[in-house]
Design a protein around this ligand. Structure first.
Ligand SMILES: Cc1cc2nc3c(=O)[nH]c(=O)nc-3n(C[C@H](O)[C@H](O)[C@H](O)COP(=O)(O)OP(=O)(O)OC[C@H]3O[C@@H](n4cnc5c(N)ncnc54)[C@H](O)[C@@H]3O)c2cc1C
Length: 745
């Protein structure tokens, strides 16, 4: 007889990919008992060392500005960058394992394959059961709520949750990217490989099952580079015309044959200098992209993404392009990926995170309620992680109120969204309205505040305007005059235009507001005045374009500046890779790239701004959105302080701090690119917190090695005071101190 056992918790999470990991951590941090069941020996799903897909998200590899996720995913990005800047897949596994093991409310069951579901009245899951391989244990998991993060959605399927499979017809959701007629095809699966230079010649004899790829269309239609590794080979994709689930073994065999064949081509065709290269690793678990999408109370569709619909029940954001691949994958004659790019990051509604017909079932990750087309963007893992945190938080609220997932939408939406915000969730345009947060009633003062935007640095390099240049600046409450530092050899005239950006999360030239043609004398060198005179009804960003003029030189300095970004008019590389990428919707984002000059700025100044006032720490926002939303100090290299004071004494025992971690920087877990620093420079490294008592400041909390954005400190003893002072001593490299939010409970 096999060992049989029962495990009971408040919430059971099935699948330990990024959606499942974040769902479990979110619910556990809200004080609920969670069981996390994963059928492999490692966490991370497609991002694990078994598969090695790199974790992409809303930044879209740096195309979107200020788009990196916060919350649990943000924490993972920032910590992995510190520990594992080289992108070692095993260290990534270890980080995920550590984060789960540190939560005492989580019981983790690895190597446990869920196989059966027991229902009550066909509407509610009573329990699920699985087999723990290597241990011969049969385990039944009971809880009031379940979150299916298994990718293929095995629990939801066995429970009888309604789902979609394949591509919807164009008319069903009015989607231009959908086929005319519905069909059953999906995105295919992939195996990756890593290579290594041994420093001496090494031979390769291909196995007999390897494909001869010179006899396939791969040679003609795809680019094979010997330098590529892992996820750079995302296009080794196959199986979308089969049943990705039931034909998984057949698909794996074909993918392996292709990989060994590609490697044979690299090693033995004579077309590459690859003598010293060997295969270091080949995946054996196919990375699955798509299978069932379960139906929620809402189905996300193409226009929701492209129009950036502002859902009332938004719980997170995404920003990857709608990225659709041909079902025949690697053997297809057309491009590998077709993209549609919205003008900035878009909102994800809560109603796609639960089954519409099973009363206690949440969904997160690649099984959520979307059309095939919208799935093309939400499927990337940082977005799956955001949905995971949101589903875990919703489940916690549901358990607390003994409610079902729909009730959370109907009756507890405000509490839910405020809880997500408090946990630093990646959610846009919802303000902190927590009535328990004492900071919201405080008066705020600071030792210094940046009141001038001035990107001047002495060693800025000349930048000839052979292409147009641009920058975005916060307008708060107005911009009268803008000065641009430039020089000319000949007398010339320069055209400067300024645009509003559209939605508050967008950084594109959307609507022209004004322009000026400026006559510049021969030999001019200095500040050139532009009369902007713009006073909008509310704070927002302005996109300033300086048109191409080869006689003019701007200056580009090595100085990042909070709330300000510069751009060059240079299309992203993928627009010039017709074999691999086709863009059907081309946002201006693709042409105005910040990535090439990230952390550098053209030299300009705006003499007066309120964009960085100390009161920004209680304005409710914790990321750039229509402005920087943070307090920023001058560049004077000295410690600075911010004070919160109240009219009467307050009782407090918890402080939440949200520092600026430059969410514009595109950080990735594996090796897509190497971010040059280990700790985000803007993050405050050392600080002291004091409270006022009996006429003097008493030190309450000191930190000297911080590298995280969101810190929550619960003190053993509550205190009573009418003043708090946060003294900022050192950053991790930046010249300015910046802080998004202080909360006091
Ligand atoms: C080749 C490829 C390239 C991609 N490119 C990118 C990219 O560049 N960047 C990016 O971010 N995303 C990319 N994606 C998409 C992304 O990897 C997936 O959409 C994402 O992994 C989905 O996350 P998830 O947590 O829902 O599922 P998964 O990562 O699939 O995790 C599900 C987990 O559930 C476990 N599980 C399954 N069944 C059971 C069961 N019965 N019992 C217990 N556990 C179970 C699985 O083992 C797995 O660990 C790519 C996908 C593929 C395949």
């Amino acid at each position: 007889m096999m060992l049989e056992e029962n495990v009971t918790a408040d919430i059971t999470v099935i699948g330990g990919g990024l959606a499942g990991v974040c769902a479990a951590i979110a619910a556990a941090r809200l004080n609920h008992k969670v069981t996390l069941v994963q059928n492999r020996g490692v966490l991370g799903g497609n991002s694990s060392s078994e598969i090695r897909v790199w974790v992409a998200g809303a930044t879209k590899h740096g195309v979107n500005r200020y788009a990196r996720e916060t919350g649990i995913m943000g924490e993972l990005f920032v910590e992995n960058q510190y520990r594992n800047p080289e992108g070692n897949p095993y260290l990534w596994d270890a980080l995920l394992m550590e984060k789960v093991k540190e939560e005492s409310n989580i019981r983790l069951f690895l190597n446990t394959e869920i196989m059966t579901v027991k229902m009550q009245d066909h509407q509610k899951i009573e329990s699920i059961s699985g087999f723990m391989s290597g241990s011969e244990r049969l385990i039944t998991f009971k809880s009031s709520h379940f979150i299916d993060c298994s990718g293929d959605g095995i629990v939801a399927f066995l429970a009888g949750a309604k789902f979609r499979l394949g591509r919807e017809s164009r008319v069903e959701f009015n989607e231009s990217l959908a086929p005319l007629h519905e069909d059953k095809t999906t995105l295919g699966s992939t195996l990756f490989f890593y290579t290594k230079d041994l420093g001496r010649p090494v031979k390769y004899v291909k196995p007999s099952f390897a494909r001869d790829i010179t006899k396939t269309s791969i040679i003609k239609n795809r680019i094979i580079k010997k330098e590529d590794n892992g996820c750079a080979y995302w296009w080794i994709e196959w199986g979308g015309e089969l049943d990705v689930l039931q034909d998984n073994e057949k698909i794996r065999d074909e993918l392996q044959a292709i990989v060994y064949g590609i490697w044979d081509y690299i090693k033995n065709s004579g077309n590459y200098d690859a003598d010293n290269l060997t295969l270091e690793w080949i995946g054996s678990v196919p990375g699955k992209r798509e299978y069932r999408r379960f139906e929620g109370d809402y189905t996300l569709k193409q226009t929701d993404i492209e129009e950036q619909v502002l859902f009332k029940d938004r719980i997170g954001f995404g920003g990857w392009s709608i990225d659709l691949h041909p079902a025949s994958g690697v053997y297809n004659d057309s491009v590998g990926a077709q993209h549609s790019v919205p003008d900035g990051i878009y909102h994800i509604p809560y109603r796609i995170l639960y089954s519409k017909n099973i009363n206690n079932l949440f969904l997160a990750g690649r099984d959520v309620s979307t059309s095939h087309v919208a799935f093309g963007t939400v499927r990337v893992m940082a977005t799956c992680a955001v949905m995971g945190q949101a589903a875990g938080t919703a489940a916690a609220i549901a358990v607390k109120h003994n409610a079902n997932p729909r009730d959370v939408y109907l009756h507890y939406l405000k509490e839910y969204q405020q809880t997500l915000l408090r946990e630093d969730g990646a959610i846009l345009g919802i303000k902190n309205q927590d009535e328990h947060d004492l900071a919201r009633q405080a008066d705020i003062t600071s030792t210094s505040t940046l009141t001038e935007i001035n990107t001047y640095v002495a060693n800025a390099e000349p930048y000839r305007l052979t292409k147009a240049a641009a920058f975005t600046i916060p307008v708060d409450p107005q911009v009268n005059q803008l000065d641009i530092f430039l020089s000319t050899e000949k007398a010339t005239s320069l055209i400067v235009k300024w645009y509003s950006t559209g939605n508050p999360q967008n950084y594109i030239p959307d609507t022209l507001i004004g322009k000026q043609k400026i006559k510049i004398d021969k030999g001019f060198n200095g500040w050139q005045e532009v009369k902007v005179n713009y006073k909008p009804s509310h704070a927002q960003n302005l996109f300033v374009v300086i048109e191409k003029n080869e006689d003019c030189i701007l200056y580009l300095g090595n100085q990042e500046f909070a709330g300000v970004l510069s751009y060059v008019n240079n299309p992203i590389a993928e627009l010039n890779q017709p074999e691999l990428h086709d863009y059907s919707r081309k946002s201006p984002l693709l042409y105005w790239t910040n990535q090439l000059i990230n952390r550098r700025n053209f030299v300009f100044r705006v003499k007066q701004t309120n964009a960085f006032q100390p009161t920004k720490i209680i304005n409710g926002y914790v990321r750039p959105y229509g402005g920087p939303n943070m307090w920023v100090t001058n560049f004077n290299g000295q410690p600075e302080a911010i004070e919160l004071s109240w009219k009467g004494l307050q009782n407090m025992k918890q402080i939440n701090l949200t520092f600026n971690d430059d969410v514009n920087e595109d950080i990735i877990n594996l090796h897509h690119h190497r971010t040059y620093f280990d700790e985000v420079p803007e993050l405050v490294k050392a600080f002291n917190l004091y409270y006022w008592k009996n006429g003097s400041w008493k030190r309450w909390w000191s930190v000297d090695q911080n590298r995280q954005r969101h810190l929550v400190k619960e003190f053993e003893q509550p205190i009573q005071t009418n003043k708090l002072k946060l003294e900022l001593l050192q950053t991790n490299g930046s010249q300015q101190f910046s802080l998004f939010e202080v909360r006091v409970y």
